[in-house]
Design a protein around this ligand. Structure first.
Ligand SMILES: Nc1ncnc2c1ncn2[C@@H]1O[C@H](COP(=O)(O)OP(=O)(O)OP(=O)(O)O)[C@@H](O)[C@H]1O
Ligand SMILES: [Mg+2]
Length: 283
C-alpha cells in the first residue's frame, strides 16, 4: 500500500461499530474463487476471510488482477464463491440459487461501476427507475422513488436528460441514484472514480461520504488511487487473490472540506485560458 495512505495496523473489525452491532453486514470465511477455463484454472481469490460491519466505509486496493472485482462480484451476489462461505447480514448466501441471489441483491445491495453503465436512449429518471421494476415496486411509486434518488445526488434538475447530455460526473451520479433507488443497506462501487478527473472524483466521494455518514449506508469501493482511498475509513489491500493488509485510515479526508479549497470549474477555465495565452504558439 502506498506510503501516502497513512493508517494504523489494527484491523477495523476491532472498532466500536463491532461492539454496537455484533452481526457483521458481511462475513467471508475462507472464500476461494477459481475460474475454470478448461485447460487452465485461474485462482482469483485464495482464501479470503473478512468482516465488515454496518456503517463502515471500506476502500479495496491492489494491483490489476489481484481479485478486487472478483471480490466485489461475490459481495454483490453477482457471483458465488467456489469454496468457503459468505454471510450477508448473518445469513449464509453461498448456497442460494441465482434467482434467490438476484432477489436479495435487488433489495439489499446497490452497485456502481467505473463505466456508469447507463442505458443511452433512456432519460436519467428512467435509468434510475429501472431497478424498481425488477424489485416489483408499484408503478405509482416508481417515479417518486427515482425522483427522490436523483435529489439525493443533487441531480433533480437533470431528470429528463439523456446520458449523452450529462457530464461524466453527472452520469456517475445518475448511476449512484440508480444504485440507491431500492434503499439498499450496502453500496458497492468498483472504481467509481476511475473515469473521472480529480475534482469530479472528490465530488463523487463527497456523495458517498454523505450517504455513509448521514444515511448510515455501508460503502465499499475499489480504487487504484491512494488519494481516493484516503476518503474511506478502512483500507484493504489485495495481492494475488489474498488480503494482505487491513488498516484503519488515520487521517481521513473529508470531501466537503476539500472541495471549497479546489479551484472551481470557472477558475479552471480561466487558468486554461491563461495557460493557452502563456504557451508559445504551435506547442
Ligand atoms: N470471468 C472470468 N473468467 C476467467 N478469469 C477471470 C474472470 N474474471 C476475472 N478473471 C481473472 O481473475 C483474476 C482476478 O481478476 P479481477 O477482475 O478480480 O482483478 P482486479 O483486481 O479487479 O483487476 P483490475 O484492477 O484490472 O480491475 C485475474 O487473473 C483475471 O484474469
Ligand atoms: Mg477490477
Amino acid at each position: 500500500m502506498s506510503d501516502s495512505l497513512t493508517a494504523s495496523k489494527s484491523p477495523a473489525s476491532s472498532s466500536g461499530s463491532a461492539a454496537s452491532n455484533p452481526v457483521p453486514t458481511i462475513r467471508l470465511e475462507s472464500v476461494h474463487k477459481t475460474y475454470d477455463l478448461g485447460e487452465i484454472q485461474v485462482h482469483a481469490l485464495r482464501g479470503v476471510s473478512l468482516s465488515i460491519f454496518a456503517g463502515e466505509f471500506v476502500a479495496v486496493m491492489g494491483a490489476s488482477g489481484s481479485g478486487k472485482s472478483t471480490l466485489m462480484n461475490i459481495l454483490g451476489c453477482l457471483d458465488k464463491p467456489t469454496r468457503g462461505q459468505y454471510f450477508l447480514d448473518g445469513r449464509d448466501v453461498s448456497g442460494l440459487t441465482k434467482t434467490e441471489l438476484a432477489k436479495l441483491r435487488s433489495h439489499k445491495i446497490g452497485f456502481v461501476f467505473q463505466q456508469f453503465n447507463l442505458l443511452s436512449r433512456t432519460s436519467a429518471l428512467e435509468n434510475v427507475e429501472l431497478p424498481t421494476i425488477y424489485a416489483g415496486i408499484p408503478i405509482a411509486e416508481r417515479e417518486r422513488r427515482a425522483e427522490q434518488a436523483l435529489e439525493r445526488v443533487g441531480l433533480a434538475d437533470r431528470a429528463g436528460h439523456f446520458p449523452s447530455q450529462l457530464s461524466g460526473g453527472q452520469q456517475q451520479r445518475v448511476a449512484i441514484a440508480r444504485a440507491l433507488v431500492n434503499n439498499p443497506s450496502l453500496l458497492l462501487a468498483d472504481e467509481p472514480t476511475g473515469n473521472l478527473d480529480s475534482r469530479t472524483s472528490i465530488e463523487i466521494m463527497d456523495i458517498l461520504q454523505n450517504l455513509n455518514s448521514e444515511h448510515g449506508l455501508t460503502v465499499i469501493i475499489v480504487t487504484h488511487e491512494p488519494d481516493i482511498a484516503q476518503y474511506a475509513k478502512r483500507a484493504l489491500e489485495f495481492r494475488d487473490g489474498k488480503m494482505k493488509k487491513d488498516v484503519l485510515i488515520q487521517r481521513r479526508l473529508i470531501a466537503s472540506e476539500i472541495l471549497p479549497t479546489l479551484p472551481s470549474i470557472e477558475d479552471e477555465d480561466d487558468l486554461d485560458a491563461i495557460a493557452d495565452r502563456a504557451a508559445p504558439s504551435g506547442s
